[in-house]
Design a protein around this ligand. Sequence first.
Ligand code: SAM
Length: 732
Amino acid sequence: MKSLQTEVIEEGEVEPIRPLPWYPNNLAWHSNFSRMQLRKNQTLERFHKFLKLENEIGNITRQEAVSMVPPLFLDVQPDHFVLDMCAAPGSKTFQLLEIIHQSTNPGALPNGMVIANDLDVQRCNLLIHQTKRMCTANLIVTNHEAQHFPGCRANKNFSSASDKGIESESNMGQLLFDRVLCDVPCSGDGTLRKAPDIWRKWNVGLGNGLHSLQVQIAMRGISLLKVGGRIVYSTCSMNPVENEAVVAEILRKCEGSVELVDVSNEVPQLIHRPGLRKWKVRDKGIWLASHKHVRKFRRIGIVPSMFPSGSSHMDATDIEPKHGNVTDVNSDEGLQQVEDVLTSADDLEEEVSDLPLERCMRLVPHDQNSGAFFIAVLQKVSPLPVVQEKHINPEEKMLPRNDDPPKKLQNQDTEEVNGMEVDLADGTDEKDPEGSLEANSIDNEDGAAVEPDPLTCEKVDSEETEVPVNTETKSERTGGKRKLQIQGKWKGIDPVIFFNDETIINSIKTFYGIDDSFQLSGQLVSRNGDTNRVKRIYYVSKSVKDALDLNFRVGQQLKITSVGLKMFERQTSREGNSAPCSFRISSEGLPVILPYITKQILYASLVDFKHLLQYKTIKFADFVDAEFGEKASKLMMGCCVIVLSKGGEALSNPIQIDASTIAIGCWKGRASLSVMVTAIDCQELLERLLMRLEIEKGDLVQENALGTDEVQEEMNDNGKEEPESLEVAVNT
Ligand SMILES: C[S@@+](CC[C@H](N)C(=O)[O-])C[C@H]1O[C@@H](n2cnc3c(N)ncnc32)[C@H](O)[C@@H]1O
C-alpha cells in the first residue's frame, strides 16, 4: 500500500487510493485514476500483487462506487435464490455470487444460486465472460425480457421430468426467489460525470419513455419474489419519473403486499438523501404538475403513474393551446406557444405523494464524489393481489381504476400475472449508459474478445448441436410495435441436458478416486444428447440442479445461455485416446473437486512445482526430488493433479486442502509430466510462488531462483505456451 500511495502522489493526484468507508470488510477501494491512468501505471496489477502478497487470492473489478450499493441492501445469504433481472454486464451479479460463496470452504458449494438475466445477448456474453472468474456452479444465465421472465410453475399439463428419464428429487413447484435485484434500464443521467457524452444525448423523453417498462420489470420481480423476500429497485438516474414515480406505482399496484423498507441505517457511512415526495414531469418543453395538465394527444406517453398522486384525470378539461390553433409542439415556435399558455412550473400546483417515498435513497454526485444512484428496498409481506388487466392498452390505462377491493391470492404457488405490455409509446430508444459504461469499466475484460463458451448463446457448435431451438423472442412473436430484443449474432442455444451416462461417470470416479461424498450423479450437464460425442461436462450445484429439474418439468421455459462449471473435458490428443479415462479435469472445475480426489494426485516440492511451471514438460528422471519423479512415473497415463506442498517440502498423502492450496492439472505421459495450464496462468502462479518465498524466507528470493522476468523471457523465446507433445490436451 505504501508503494501504491507513493505512486499516486507522484502522478499528481491529491487523493491517494483509499478504502470506501461504507463497503464492508475493506473490500472496495476508491481511486481517482482514470482507466487510462490505471493502465499506464498498472495500478490494478500492483494492487493484485499486494493481495497475493497477503495471500488473499481473489479478483479485482473496476466499477463505479455507488453502483456497488444495491447488492448490499439485498441482505443475501448463502442459501438464497437470487434473481438479477437486468444483470449484464454483470458487476452486481459478481458481487451477489461473491456474497453467496463467501463463507464456503474449498470444495463445498453454497445452497443458494443466482439467476442472472438480460435481454441483450451480447451483453449476456459479457456477463458470462466476467463471471467465469468466479468459477461458480451456482449460476444460471438466462436471456429474457425481464418483464416476461418465466414463472416456471409446474402443473399437470407439463410432461414430468421422469417422462424424459430425469430423476427429480426436487419438490420445487415454481421458481420463486428470496431476493430480486431489479437494476433496470434507465436514462443514465447519474453517470454524467464519468460519461460526459450523455450531456449531448440526454433528453427528457428518455426517462419518460422508460417509466412504464421499469414499472413492469419491477412488478414481474415482485411476482417472482417469495413472501418475506426482498427486492431492490435501482437506477443510475436522478429523474423522479424513473425512480420515486416507479416505486409509488409499485406500491399502489401491490396494494399493501409490499412495504418500502427504511434502510437508512443499514449501510452506515454511505451518505444519502431521502427520496422525493413531490416532483413535476417535463414533457416536450413543458413542466407538468399533475396528469390533468397533460394534453390529450400526449396522454399515451405521459401516464398518470409518472405523477406523485398517480391519479388520472380523465374528466379534466383537455388542455389545448389558446388561439384555437393546433400547435406543433415539436417546433420551436409551437413549444413557445404552449409554454406561454401553460404557465411556468413554479405557478403550477404541486402534487405530493402520500406514500413514504422518503424511505427511498438518493445518492448524489456531490455528496461523496461519486455517480448518482437511486435505490429503493421493498419487502414482500403478502401475496400480490390478482391483477385482472392482462393486456393494458395504453389508452385504457387512463381510465379510472377499478375500485373493487383486491382479491388476495390464496396460494403463493399460483402464478401472479402482471401481464402488462411494453409501453414505450414515446418511441424513445432504450438507453443504458450505465450498463454500457460498466461493460467497459471492468478492466480485466477490456478489449478482450468474449470467448465463445460451449454453453453460451454466442456460438453454436455444430458438432454438438442437434436440436434446433426456437429462438424467436416474445416481442418478435407478438409483433409488438417495438422490438425490444437486441439479438446481435444470436444463433440459438443448445438445450441443457443432464449427463447421466453411468459408465462414463463411473470411469471418471474410479480413475481419479473421487470420494463418494462428492455428488456427481444428477449434477452433471452437457449440451449433447449423444454421450459418445460429449466434449465438455459441466457441474451444477444442487440448487441449480433443482431449478433445471423444474425447468424440464415446465417444458423448458427458461432460455438458458450458460450454466454450470466446466468440470471435465474429453481428451482429443492421440496420447489422450490411449489413457484409461477419456476425460481430464478442467482447471475451472479443479478447485471444487480437488478435496475429493484421492488418485492421480501428488504433492510436489516448491522447486519441482516451479520447474513444471517454467519448463512445462519435465522428464521423470529430471525432477530434483527423485522420489517425486518416481511416483509420477507410476501414475496412470492421463490427467493428474500436482499440489504444491506446504512449506515447499515433498510430502506424501493424504493431501490436505485449504483455501491457500495451489494445484494444477498435468498430463502424465510415457516419459514425462506436462502442465495443462495456460501460459498466463503459469506466469501468475509463478508470481504467487515467488511472493510466498519472499514471505516465508522474510527476504528476497534466492539468487539462483528464476525470476518472473526471466520466466517471461523464456516463454517469449519459446514462443509457445504448450509442450509440443500435448497441443490438444493443454487447457486453454
Ligand atoms: C443498468 S444495466 C444493468 C447493469 C447491471 N445490473 C450491472 O450491475 O452490471 C440495464 C441492463 O438491462 C438490460 N435490459 C434492457 N431492457 C431489458 C429488459 N426488458 N429485460 C431485461 N433486461 C433488459 C440492458 O441490456 C442492460 O444490460
